[in-house]
Design a protein around this ligand. Structure first.
Ligand code: SF4
Ligand code: SF4
Length: 180
């Protein structure tokens, strides 16, 4: 194991221990965690802040929290408008603490996509189906009302953020909210 990784694991372990008291309580960071993350309170006390998930992500979708993220300092999160997750699960496979756990795509719940109908081009009468055609759960997580207007099916949406990433409205008319 590289020296830098060892140091990260050591520091992360100390932070995780210090945060251990949160594991029994509800915690809400508002951050979208990588796929397969355990519940937020447990995540905060389990994640070692080693950054290995971010290193392997082929999408470069995983960011690491800086000081402005408070208790989430050093933890991984995703900003879908910058780079979305393709549900490959490479991050969960390398996570040494099992804060991320390999999960079948259908069972991933990183967050939930929400459509702002006032900003959505299709809901405003234009021809646009980009989120619908880009969603990895085609015609299931996003369905078309009247063959035109996108609607999110919360029972299927994984919160991967691909719809938010590809949305051509500015700002995006579909956004993923964390914390399901
Ligand atoms: S599943 Fe793959 S693409 Fe998604 S965050 Fe993890 S490593 Fe990146
Ligand atoms: S609706 Fe959006 S966030 Fe949900 S699975 Fe489809 S692309 Fe991912």
């Amino acid at each position: 194991m590289e020296r830098g990784v060892k140091a990260a694991l050591f520091i992360g372990g100390i932070v995780a221990l210090a945060l251990g008291g949160f594991s029994g309580r509800k915690a809400k960071s508002g951050l979208i965690r990588p796929p397969g993350a355990v519940d937020e309170a447990l995540f905060l006390s389990t994640c070692l802040r080693c950054g290995q998930c971010a290193q392997v992500c082929p999408q470069k979708a995983i960011r690491i929290g800086y000081g402005d993220k408070g208790i989430s300092l050093g933890t991984p999160y995703i900003e879908p408008r910058q780079a979305a997750c393709n549900l490959c699960m490479d991050c969960a496979r390398v996570c040494p603490s099992r804060a991320l756990r390999e999960t079948a795509k259908e069972n991933v719940r990183m967050g939930l996509a929400e459509i702002n109908q006032d900003a959505c081009l299709a809901w405003q009468g234009d021809e646009c189906k980009i989120c619908y055609t880009s969603c990895p759960f085609f015609n299931r997580a996003i369905q078309l009302e009247d063959h035109k207007r996108p609607v999110v099916n919360r029972n299927v949406c994984a919160g991967c953020g691909i719809c938010e990433y590809v949305c051509i409205a500015s700002p995006a008319a579909v956004t993923v909210k964390a914390g399901r």
